[in-house]
Ligand binder design. Structure first.
Ligand SMILES: [Zn+2]
Ligand SMILES: [Zn+2]
Length: 223
């Protein structure tokens, strides 16, 4: 724990006094749980297991853990983290985020790589910050040898095939990846970027990929 978090005595959701930068009990209730959802894409589902999409054509990754819907307080805290470099907001969420325990525990964590020009512009890489936090809390090493060799045009508005084409060969590896990797992302929307990262890892020997993200945008047919 850094001095910053030790002396951060306010809830990042409501600014009321709260020790150690945790969300207060009231704000905690306002994180919208995704509820019952597909195990592979986190689409809302009436039963347990997989949705129709994933049964027909499963995603490239093998497991996924996303607890919250990207709205309300969750969205507010993630925006503060990403765009205002409010690490306390992101860390408050990460403290409440618990990865599932299963036999495929990752051997290393990987942040979704940002293109170096984009990172230079923003000066803060929240994905790296998330991975560093989780590396400490989960006691897992970080795999740092994937880079993004070019930036992509915005993926919004492109269909699935166009997104796939746009991302193709976007990521390169500088060393063989571990056999079991968890990809860390803040918000999953279409999943195209993590799918391309998964394919890149698997082409180079990774066998089991878990996607860990904080929140999911409501899909409503956009997958
Ligand atoms: Zn609060
Ligand atoms: Zn699904």
């Amino acid at each position: 724990m850094t001095l910053g978090t030790l002396f951060n005595l306010r809830c990042p959701g409501c600014d009321q006094a709260q020790p150690h930068g945790h969300l207060c009990p009231v704000c905690s209730q306002f994180l919208s749980d995704l509820g019952q959802r597909c195990a592979l894409c986190a689409e809302p589902l009436q039963t347990t297991g997989l949705c129709g999409h994933c049964l027909q054509s499963a995603p490239d990754w093998d497991a996924l853990h996303i607890p919250w819907r990207f709205d309300g307080l969750t969205r507010f805290l993630i925006h503060r983290y990403k765009y205002q470099r409010d690490r306390a907001a992101g860390h408050a969420l990460l403290r409440q985020w618990h990865p599932p325990v299963h036999q495929h525990t990752p051997q290393a964590l990987l942040a979704v790589p940002m293109h170096h020009r984009k990172q230079a512009r923003s000066g803060f890489n929240h994905a790296d910050d998330m991975v560093q936090f989780l590396s400490k809390s989960q006691q897992l090493p970080i795999y740092r040898d994937m880079t993004r060799q070019r930036s992509t045009r915005p993926l919004e508005g492109l269909n699935k095939a166009e997104r796939k084409r746009e991302l193709k060969d976007c990521f390169i590896l500088k060393s063989p990846p571990p056999e079991r990797v968890a990809i860390i992302d803040d918000v999953m929307t279409t999943g195209s970027t993590v799918a391309e990262i998964t394919r890149t890892l698997k082409r180079h020997g990774t066998r089991f990929v878990t996607v860990w993200a904080l929140a999911r945008t409501p899909l409503s047919g956009s997958s």
